[in-house]
Ligand binder design. Structure first.
Ligand code: NAD
Ligand code: 0WE
Length: 256
């Protein structure tokens, strides 16, 4: 008996075994969920396929979330094979590397457009297709955010503004989809060494800073995040929607 027996879920955002989405997928699978995976572009197919197959997934589909036609193909396939959907995990973000350094004041129009499109609008693009498959069976949509949405963190820049839009979208989507019995929530994770964190100047210092100041005096792991994801995707969180839940060892509550 698992918390997610007979549930069907789709995971967006696995790039490799360090991805937060992969930690979430493993937790959901352990509790009985059957999962589909998408990957962003052909270069990732060889990374994602063995991971997905290792937990028995047969649906492994290409999807660049900035392309409506690719998203449509994914949801058509889910409808054809499963006839419905219970869980959607959105764990996708992108901004041009140029935008993640220097001053936010120097953000370009194109850099802003791409960051907001891939990192924030994509949740709406997925939710608007997912709810049609979730109607009549409840459902849970989760996304990943970061403290840079509400505080100024050096170099996070346009990603912070994209995460603010993402978090506001969580609330608007929760209000819309609540009447269909679908919950929409976000997890605000502390810094974790993943592909998305690689090459970020000063990431080591960020990890060190959090470890010293967070109430739990440590950093969080992708599995710490995945445990909260499991709660949000299961009936344990039945009364919870529109929330931003911090999995950050308590870092966000600390003043001095
Ligand atoms: P990751 O690099 O493993 O995951 C990011 C994913 O986004 C990758 O799988 C990548 O393929 C995907 N992606 C990028 N552009 C895409 C596109 N156009 N279409 C489809 N997919 C696309 O890194 P991660 O740390 O696991 O990041 C997952 C989420 O967690 C992101 O939303 C990130 O902002 C968030 N987050 C990360 C941290 C951290 O410190 N690592 C902290 C808080 C929140
Ligand atoms: O959301 C993120 C990172 C998302 C991200 C990462 C990259 C790196 C490679 C988005 N786009 C790109 N584009 C690339 O070309 N995090 C929460 C991790 C992160 O990123 C930072 C951080 C932290 C923490 C960037 C600057 C400062 C801190």
């Amino acid at each position: 008996m698992g918390l997610l027996d007979n549930k069907k879920g789709i995971i967006f955002g696995v790039a490799n075994e360090k991805s937060i989405a992969w930690a979430i997928a493993q937790r959901l699978h352990k509790e009985g969920a059957e999962l589909a995976f998408t990957y962003a572009g052909e270069v990732l197919i060889d990374r994602v396929t063995p991971l997905a197959e290792s937990i028995g997934s047969k649906l492994i589909l290409p999807c660049d979330v900035s392309k409506d036609d690719e998203i449509d193909t994914v949801f058509n396939k889910i409808k054809e094979v499963w006839g419905g959907l219970d869980i959607l995990v959105h764990s996708v973000a992108f901004a041009s590397k140029e935008e993640l350094k220097g001053m936010y004041a120097d953000t370009t129009r194109e850099g802003f457009r791409i960051a907001l499109d891939v990192s924030a609008y994509s949740l709406v693009a997925l939710a608007k297709r997912a709810y049609l498959l979730m109607e009549g069976r409840g459902g849970s949509i989760i996304t990943m955010t970061y403290l840079g949405s509400e505080r100024v963190l050096p170099n996070y820049n346009v990603m912070g503004v994209a995460k603010a839009a993402l978090e506001a979208s969580v609330r608007y989507l929760a209000a819309d989809l609540g009447q269909k019995g679908i919950k929409v929530n976000a997890i605000s994770a502390g810094p974790i060494r993943t592909l998305a964190a690689m090459g970020i100047a000063g990431f080591r210092e960020i990890l060190h800073h959090v470890e010293e100041r967070a109430p739990l005096k440590r950093n969080v792991s992708a599995d710490d995040v995945a445990r909260t994801a499991l709660y949000l995707c299961s009936e344990l969180s039945n009364g919870v929607t529109g929330e931003i839940i911090y999995v950050d060892a308590g870092y966000n509550i600390v003043g001095m």
